[in-house]
Design a protein around this ligand. Structure first.
Ligand code: DQQ
Length: 531
């Protein structure tokens, strides 16, 4: 599987469609797989929702989204890959609206609804992945479709009265030079000062309480970037608070600094939250994917909302995942970790676990030596993970083998910055890293490491980390969900009961662990039951 498609909740059932190759272990013959769930944790597979049959989608039913029309009627918009890789946008409708599982889908006779023509100047092979539609105050539906012109990425905007006839707006909702093709755009409102989600078509008079998020998947980097900004519905313009054009790519936020792509959100009206899904690809070589018979997974769904500061989003695993936690967690309070400490977490199924830890680092941070950055420029976070001038590393060692030949370490390092701006306040930089370099003795795997800066003041706030481990997946949430890093790792020794979990301190001073809670996790039922 690859991209998540058309997530929604209908008649009390969660639906997840996904890009799927029914004929092979790796990408190809793309159809829409379909699974349903009552709790977003346990999933039941259904027949394919869409597979290539019509001339306009004969080479693939590519990504798209679900929209609930008036009266809660679901529809799907997706990209059809026709002859010569030509891309068009198409509509599919449920055969039977009284079926909560929406098992059967029929295509509109009027497809393709949107096609590149000589008149609309659309690049026919770079025109895909329609968003969930939102309704404007003028009664018109709007969608975005990802595209590119030369190396400029585009979020093309289309409007429609009846969901069938779509008219391209004069200007894209947003575009930026040197960013390449934009895949899988996502556009949604978030509340200012609330963790609740907002329905995608929220009435305009509510807009003073809202910001909007535009997410783009950059094909050249295989990374998802988001911008927070203001959407003016009358002018159909999006003005990011910080956009691609006025800054370097490295200072634009990502949902996840590891493996996480082609993501999509939906609004869950039951729990009034916005949920984010993302595709987590393999780090193994193709032959091994073929041998094991599958590749690609969806990450654990995350609730997503705007941080109080308004500067960035916060993501947290949906609360339902806690149902998989064992009843008796391991709990530690107030432990001092001496330099070099490596503490084993006993009684936890380390290959399938959920662990939350927090550190008080006030004293430690004070001991950091001042660090002069060369040229006044911050280095890339990856390069700072191994930088000895920072205090650390300290954090978790997961999927570790007994002799530690294999391990993945998820950790922090703190840097005290040299103050040359005559302002006396000491500035710190915290970097969060997920280091896969020793995660497997099989060196054919991609063993690269990931990192990001965490916006936490270590003198006044604790540093927290939550990591969910599931055999080959390590999903880490730093600073209560401010920074997320997902990694795929394939230990050869640290598997099942042989895997171990540790907390460690490699800083040169004592570190105070304030709390640690670790749970063994049960197995979810994912597509193991047919109905
Ligand atoms: N995957 C789909 C496309 C999309 C890409 C094809 C992103 O629709 O642009 O499987 O991973």
């Amino acid at each position: 599987m690859n991209d998540p498609n058309g997530p929604m909740r209908y008649k009390g059932v969660y639906h997840m469609f996904y890009q799927h190759n029914p004929k092979g272990a790796t990408w190809g013959n793309i159809a829409w797989g379909h699974s349903v769930s009552h709790d977003l944790v346990n999933w039941v597979p259904l027949p394919l929702a869409l597979s290539p049959t019509k001339s306009y989608d004969i080479n693939g039913c590519w990504s798209g989204s679900a929209t609930l029309l008036h009266g809660h009627k679901p529809v799907l918009l997706y990209t059809g890959l026709g002859p010569n890789q030509n891309q068009t946008q198409n509509l599919a409708l449920p055969l039977n609206l009284s079926d909560p599982f929406l098992k059967h889908w029929v295509r509109s006779q009027l497809n393709p609804l949107i096609a590149p023509t000589s008149g609309n100047h659309i690049n026919a092979t770079s025109f895909r992945d329609p968003t969930t539609a939102w309704l404007g105050h003028d009664g018109l539906w709007r969608i975005l479709v990802g595209s590119q012109r030369k190396d400029r990425g585009l979020a093309l905007l289309f409007k429609s009265k009846d969901f069938v006839q779509w008219v391209k707006a004069k200007h894209p909702l947003y575009s930026a030079k040197h960013t390449g093709m934009w895949e899988c755009p996502d556009f949604f409102p978030v509340f200012i000062n609330s963790t609740s989600g907002v329905e995608t078509s929220t009435p305009h008079d509510n807009h003073f309480r809202l910001k909007h998020v535009l997410k783009l998947s950059l094909i050249d980097l295989s990374q998802d970037y988001y911008m927070i900004g203001t959407y003016n519905q009358t002018r159909d313009s999006f003005i990011p608070d910080m956009g691609f054009e006025d800054t370097e790519l490295s200072s634009i936020f990502r949902y996840d600094y590891g493996k996480f792509y082609a993501s999509k959100t939906f609004y869950d009206d039951e729990k009034k939250r916005r949920i984010l899904w993302g595709w987590v690809n393999e780090s193994s070589v193709r032959e091994e994917d073929v041998q094991k018979g599958w590749s690609g997974i969806q990450g654990i769904p995350r609730s997503v909302w705007l941080e109080e500061s308004g500067k960035q989003l916060v993501q947290w695993p949906i609360e339902e995942i806690e149902k998989l936690r064992s009843r008796k967690p391991l709990i530690w309070h107030s432990k001092v970790l001496q330099p070099g400490a490596l503490l084993h977490l006993p009684g936890i199924t380390a290959a399938q676990a959920d662990v939350e830890v927090s550190f008080e680092v006030k004293e430690l941070a004070k001991k950091a030596k001042e660090w002069k950055q060369s040229g006044g420029k911050m280095r890339e976070p990856q390069k700072m993970c191994g930088e000895k001038r920072g205090i650390g590393p300290f954090g978790l060692l997961v999927l570790a083998s007994k002799g530690l030949q294999e391990h993945t370490s998820v950790f922090f390092r703190i840097f005290k910055l040299n103050n040359d701006d005559n302002n006396n306040a000491t500035k710190f930089v915290v970097v969060m890293c997920s280091d896969q370099s020793r995660s497997s003795l099989n060196h054919k795997n991609d063993l690269s490491s990931y990192a990001a800066f965490l916006d936490v003041d270590p003198l006044h706030h604790k540093l927290s980390l939550r990591t969910l481990i599931d055999h080959s997946v390590v999903e880490s949430f730093g600073g209560k969900g401010q920074v997320c890093i997902t990694a795929r790792v394939y230990p050869t020794l640290a598997i099942n009961d042989e895997a171990q979990l540790f907390v460690f301190n490699n800083a040169s001073s004592n570190l105070k662990l304030t709390t640690l809670t670790a749970w063994s996790m049960k197995k979810a039922r994912v597509n193991s039951v047919k109905i």
